[in-house]
Structures are given as structure tokens and as C-alpha cells.
Design a protein around this ligand. Structure first.
Ligand code: UD1
Ligand code: CA
Length: 457
């Protein structure tokens, strides 16, 4: 049977108190709606429709990378039932099942979604509601049952004191038979404390008509946590991080303090890598096995080989580190820095669009930008590639085995040949031939007794 997916994401998210649409707030590095879309994809839906409204254009642009999404605009936003009604035209030829997800419920697991769908399709129900039993049902719609059967759902604001005691809540996730769905949704009235069209009212309507309404109760209520406030955003983010660190540890990664390891969903880490406390590993980062990542380090969208050590307080973005490389403490690698195997980068060294060849070293205080540095090169302390002439960026090439003395400036474009030496304090303006020694500083002059004479005056 066809599955058509509808994701509600038009609401304002008033309780977030934010200029940014709620569904674009990030959970573990990804907009929360991206988590919903990823789970949704696992049921191979025939179509995916996203209802947008508040900041419609911004949300649509943010989701542009997802192929095959249909956007419908709900304007004004009159409630969740009204939101579903806006998809009627988009789904006019659709048959089968609608699975309705909320853009603000990002932790739903593919397994639970599958269970919901299976229950719905095997029972042939008109609607199937995903529910949960929670300790604190505050702010959720409550599931009112007569005997075993679900009778209706009542929103907290409309619930009687007795109904508020109910701990079974509506997740806001449902499966509906498409047949007759929109006609039934149209019959929902906005007679409630918020004057909104509540989709959960459909349950009561169906039951009164004697139609089948089923429920599936999740075993882990965390899965259906909705995000309505910054506090809930932080709580849900913590749950996602915890899942990720638990998964990684099960795969053989040592995480010294899972509570302070911030590891995004799409990160992969190999066995026997050790992650020290307070480390942030973000985006599409891959770390090999046997690595050690020390505290205070942030790694974003980077690829790190095996047996790499990153000492404390490094920032590494869009970069690569080869096997057995050592970096830091206090190094900054960005924008296509490429540190090859066995190379070493020390403290207060910045690399940008630079290859540091295998076994090469830059141990202290350097800026290496737009440079191609060969293998087994030694870069002295205080070396600077002067890559910017005020108009454009120019490249510096340093060939294999070269030795760059401390406090050297390389005015790019310039090449230092294979095995060449550059004396300390040299300003390189012209190419250095292979095996040559380049020096630019003038001869040293000592003025005898200069200090003694000054003191006499
Ligand atoms: C909703 C349910 C509640 C359930 C809870 C679970 C209703 C009336 N209540 O409450 O029973 O326990 O979810 O998290 O449905 N939206 C639109 N258009 C609108 C209104 C909302 O697209 O006009 C979207 C929102 O962007 C959000 C989702 O629908 O993604 C849910 O809306 P929200 O206002 O957060 O509903 P809750 O009060 O959480
Ligand atoms: Ca909500």
C-alpha cells in the first residue's frame, strides 16, 4: 500500500522566543526537521509533503537539498487540522495511507514508525495514533480511553482536572487511511480554548462514527519528545548526543566523559580512538582508529586518518589529517588544510589551503596559507607565507627536504627548491634553487660599549 508522508512545519514556535523558525533550530548539528525527514525516508514514502507557513521561504530554502519534497503553504496557521487540510490538493490523486509527522518531534525512530504503519495497515483502521506513557504529561494532548479503546484526545488547555491526571499522551504522529480523510478533517470545529482546528479531534469524530481507531504506545517515551521551548531543545539535544556516544562506545571508541562529548549524528569514529572530555566533533567528520583527541578541541567536516593525535585546544575545519599525524596544542587548521602522514603541527600554527607533506614539521608559531609543502620539510618558528598582496592570494611552494629557518617570510608567489636552506630571519622574494642557501639579512654590526656610553650621558 502507498504511503504518503505529511510533515507539519508551519507553526510559529512562539514558546521558542526566536527570530528563527522552530523547525530550523539545530539538534546535534542538524535542523530538527532534518532528523524528521531522515526517519521519514525509511518507510519509502510515495510522496513527501511539508506544510510550511511561518517563515515559509526560509524553511523551504533550508530544505532545498532534499529532493522530491512538495511544499504547501498554510497561511494563516489555524491549527494542526487546518494544516493537514492544506495538503488536500497535493494529495488529490493519492491512495493508501497518510503518515503525519511533526517537524518538532525529531527523535522518532525508524523502528517505531514502521510499527505504527504495520499496525495501521494490518488492522485496516481509519486512524492509528502513536501514544506514550510519560511521567510528566504537561503540555501534551491526553489520550482518553473508554475501557481499552481510545475515545478521544483532549488538549491540556481544554482538559478537566481529572483528564489532566492522564499520563498517556498524544505524540502528534499518526497514520490515516486517505479514503474520506479530508472530508472528516473538514468537519473539525475550532470550538476550544485556543480557537484552533485541532487534528486530534479527528479521533473523537471517527470513534463517534464507529470507525476503527488504533493506538501504538512507544516503549521509549523519549522518542516522541516534542520541542516547544529552548529547555526542551537542550533536553532533546542531550538525548541525541547520549545515543550517539552510546553507539560509538558500543563500537569500540573510548569516550572519557560522554556528558561533555558533543558528537554530531553523521560523525564516524574508528576503534580504540580515545575522546577526552569537552570535545566537539561536528558535521561530516570521519576519524580513524587508534586516534587520541584531547580536551578543548573542535573538529568540523574533516577527515582524520588512523593513529592521529590532536592535542588540546585545536580548531580543525574542512581539513584532512593523514595517518600518524600530530597536531597541536593550540593549532588552527582550516579551509583545506591537508596534513599528510607522520607530519607534525605544533602550537600556534595556522594552516589554510595548505598541504604539509609526509613527515614535515611546523612546530611553533607559523602561518602557512596557500602553500604546497613537500615531504620532510622543516618549517622554523615564526615562518610566515605572505600569500596576500592586497589584491589576490598567491601560492608558496616548498619542495621536499627543504629547511626554512626561523622568522622567515616567504613573499608569494615563490618556490624554495628541493633540499634548499633558508637562513633565519630571511625575507624570500625570489625563488631559491634546489640545494642552495638563501639569506637576506645584512651583515651583523656590533658597536662596542654602546650601553656603557649611553648610561654615562
Ligand atoms: C500537538 C498536539 C498534541 C500533542 C503534541 C505532541 C494538536 C492540537 N495538539 O500539540 O495533542 O500532544 O502536538 O507534540 O495538534 N503546526 C502547523 N500549523 C498550525 C499549527 C501547528 O503546521 O497551524 C505544526 C507546528 O509547526 C508543529 C506541529 O504542527 O510542527 C505541532 O504544533 P504545536 O503547536 O507544536 O502543537 P502542540 O501544542 O505541541
Ligand atoms: Ca509541539
Amino acid at each position: 500500500m502507498d504511503v504518503h508522508l505529511v510533515i507539519l512545519a508551519a507553526g510559529k514556535g512562539t514558546r521558542m522566543k526566536s527570530a528563527l523558525a522552530k523547525v530550523l533550530h539545530r539538534v546535534a548539528g542538524l535542523p530538527m526537521i532534518d532528523h524528521v525527514l531522515a526517519t521519514a525516508a525509511t518507510v519509502n514514502p510515495r510522496s513527501r509533503t511539508v506544510v510550511i507557513g511561518h517563515q515559509a521561504l526560509i524553511v523551504q530554502v533550508a530544505l532545498a537539498g532534499n529532493e522530491g519534497l512538495t511544499f504547501v503553504v498554510q497561511e494563516p496557521q489555524l491549527g494542526t487540522a487546518h494544516a493537514l487540510l492544506t495538503t488536500e490538493l497535493a494529495l488529490r490523486n493519492a491512495k493508501g495511507t497518510v503518515v503525519l509527522l511533526s517537524g518538532d518531534v525529531p527523535l522518532l525512530s525508524p523502528a517505531t514508525l514502521k510499527t505504527l504503519l504495520q499496525r495501521h495497515q494490518t488492522t485496516g483502521a481509519a486512524a492509528t495514533v502513536l501514544t506514550a506513557i510519560v511521567d510528566d504529561p504537561h503540555s501534551y494532548g491526553r489520550v482518553v480511553r473508554t475501557g481499552e479503546q481510545i475515545a478521544r484526545i483532549v488538549e491540556e488547555k481544554d482538559a478537566s482536572p481529572a483528564e489532566r491526571e492522564i499520563r498517556e499522551i498524544n505524540s502528534g504522529i499518526y497514520a490515516f487511511a486517505l479514503d474520506g480523510l479530508f472530508d472528516a478533517v473538514r468537519s473539525i470545529a475550532a470550538q476550544n480554548s485556543q480557537n484552533e482546528y485541532y487534528l486530534p479531534d479527528l479521533v473523537g469524530i471517527y470513534r463517534q462514527r464507529g470507525l476503527g481507531v488504533e493506538t501504538v504506545t512507544v516503549s521509549n517515551p523519549d522518542e516522541i519528545r516534542g520541542i516547544n521551548s529552548r529547555l526542551e531543545l537542550a533536553e532533546v539535544s542531550r538525548i541525541v548526543r547520549q545515543q550517539k556516544t552510546t553507539e560509538l562506545m558500543a563500537e569500540g571508541v573510548t569516550i572519557e566523559d560522554p556528558a561533555t562529548a558533543y558528537i554530531d549524528r553523521d560523525v564516524t569514529i574508528g576503534r580504540d580512538t580515545v575522546i577526552h572530555p569537552v570535545v566537539s566533533i561536528e558535521g561530516h567528520t570521519t576519524i580513524g582508529s587508534g586516534c587520541e583527541i584531547h580536551s578543548g578541541t573542535r573538529i568540523v567536516d574533516s577527515t582524520i586518518g588512523d593513529r592521529v593525535t590532536v592535542f588540546n585546544h585545536c580548531v580543525i575545519t574542512n581539513s584532512r589529517l593523514g595517518d600518524d599525524a600530530h597536531v597541536g596544542p593550540f593549532a588552527h587548521l582550516r579551509n583545506d588544510a591537508d596534513v599528510r602522514e607522520h607530519a607534525r603541527v605544533g602550537n600556534f600554527v595556522e594552516l589554510k589551503k595548505t598541504v604539509l607533506g609526509a613527515g614535515s614539521k611546523s612546530m611553533h608559531l607559523a602561518y602557512l596559507g596557500d602553500a604546497t609543502i613537500g615531504n620532510k620539510v622543516n618549517i622554523g618558528a615564526g615562518t610566515i607565507t605572505c600569500n596576500y598582496d592586497g589584491e589576490k592570494k598567491n601560492r608558496t611552494v616548498i619542495e621536499d627536504g627543504a629547511f626554512i629557518g626561523s622568522d622567515t617570510q616567504l613573499i608569494a608567489p615563490v618556490t624554495v627548491g628541493k633540499g634548499a636552506y633558508v637562513g633565519s630571519g630571511t625575507t624570500i622574494r625570489e625563488n631559491v634553487p634546489p640545494d642552495a642557501l638563501a639569506v637576506s639579512a645584512g651583515k651583523q654590526r656590533n658597536i662596542e660599549n654602546w650601553v656603557t656610553n649611553r648610561k654615562k650621558k
